[in-house]
Ligand binder design. Sequence first.
Ligand code: NI
Length: 135
Amino acid sequence: MAVIRFGVSVESNLLERFDEVWKERGFVNRSEAFRNLIRSFIAERELEERGEVVGSLVILYSYGTSGVDYRLNEVEHAYWQKIISSMHVHLDEHNCMEVIAIRGEGGEIRKIADALIGCKGVKQGKLVMTPLRME
Ligand code: NI
């Protein structure tokens, strides 16, 4: 298989941090680390196209700022049939973590997760999807 070289434009501080992380994680070089990222990116997409899956979404936000609680609640109620459980953790005086379990088609779960992560005031969000039928 032909190997293709291509250029990527990226901010210098982002690339510096990327180089630190792939070295810490034991990749042999930047290309190998980048290939790993590409494979994960594609695998995630393929999972989304696979039918029914379960997703766990972790979001971090600051309690009480800019009405983020209200907006999250609105989205969660809009998708009440897909969101099967959620857990709220008060991390400290101001910060909250929510772990939300979602069941449905992969693309649909991605859409719900993006709606929650995209709520103004959400600082971080990460979705992990797992197929329901294990092979
Ligand atoms: Ni809280």
